[in-house]
Design a protein around this ligand. Structure first.
Ligand code: SF4
Length: 231
């Protein structure tokens, strides 16, 4: 279920030039999701499939230029065997650092990849307060387990908050605080409302630059880790 490959990115792996692999399919339905082609079944089936061998060949072509590989989606942890196979090939054949983007719904996959030495950095999307995860079509408990695994195993990570006013207001941030406290890095990512999204019928709001700065200060009071604003 590898549905996309980008040879070069300057923004997906903090500090590194990276390639990006996109897995198709997701078990969440976030109204603000703009990866619609990778999430909606009718659009997903129109995308071509890429093999692990194809990805490896493309990575080897870029050796010496890229330093990292980002695995994103959709939700890559839905395909643990394919993911493990791809990452084993990448580890054996390249020196690339590997970053995994996840919604946190499969803690056992994150733990296994780390234990096997197949991942160097994890970006966990922390989307709203725990009690509101059903609004995204997801369950909170596995996400909480993923956070515990990241912290307890000492996995380099960031918790990434897409700043959608409807889902992340001050009340939500207060409810998220006990988990944000445990993060080594929190990244507040600006939500862009001008792209197509999964639920165009929902009014989700938009934060301005000053509101985002205020919310960053608010989060800084809640965590000992680094807090960054990505706009
Ligand atoms: S978890 Fe990510 S890919 Fe899945 S629906 Fe939400 S935003 Fe989209």
């Amino acid at each position: 279920m590898i549905k996309g490959f980008r040879g070069t990115s300057l923004v997906d792996y903090p500090g590194l030039i990276s390639a990006v692999v996109f897995f198709g399919g997701c078990n969440f339905r976030c109204p603000f999701c703009y990866n619609i082609d990778l999430v909606q079944a009718d659009r997903l089936k129109k995308l071509p499939d890429f093999s692990e061998e194809y990805v490896l060949k493309e990575l080897l072509k870029r050796q010496g230029f890229i330093q990292g590989l980002v695995i994103t989606g959709g939700e890559p942890t839905l395909y643990p065997r394919l993911l493990q196979h791809l990452l084993e090939m990448v580890r054996t054949e390249t020196q690339l650092k590997i970053k995994l983007d996840t919604n946190g719904s499969h803690p056992e996959v994150v733990a296994r990849l780390w234990d096997l030495g197949l991942v160097d950095y994890v970006a966990l999307d922390f989307k709203t307060s725990p009690e509101r995860y059903p609004e995204l079509g997801g369950r909170w408990e596995p996400v909480a387990q993923t956070i515990s695994i990241l912290v307890e195993k000492g996995i380099p990570h960031e918790m990434r908050l897409t700043m959608v006013p409807y889902f992340i207001g001050r009340k939500d941030l207060r409810a998220m605080a006990p988990w944000l406290k445990r993060a080594s890095r929190v990244v507040l990512q600006r939500f862009l409302d001008h792209v197509e999204r999964l639920r165009p019928d929902m009014e989700l709001g938009l934060y301005g630059p000053d509101e985002l700065k205020d919310l960053k200060s608010f989060v800084e009071q809640e965590t000992a880790g680094e807090v960054l604003l990505r706009v």
